[in-house]
Design a protein around this ligand. Sequence first.
Ligand code: ZN
Length: 101
Amino acid sequence: MFQVGQEIIAIRTHIQNYFKKGDIFLVKGVRDCGCSCNDFLVDIGYRIKDNYQTCGKCHELFFHRDNIGWVGNKYFVPVEEGFAEMVLEELRVGEKELIRR
Ligand SMILES: [Zn+2]
């Protein structure tokens, strides 16, 4: 589970374009989604008008009254891990280019 105030980076673009891969956020809040998959959700500052959302993992509806656009944690890793992952990805791309030559 992430901590409030922790820096996290998106490792993929959100399905409804709330954010893009590589965007960095400070965690504003964390909650259980309360559905059967037992996932946890992150508040990155996105706000919506509806007071219900569908869980991105099990697709159950969950309700809230805070207008927060809660996002599944699967989109994020802590920033340090995200950078390490991206550097590794670049190295792999570099290797492929070397092999091609
Ligand atoms: Zn769920």
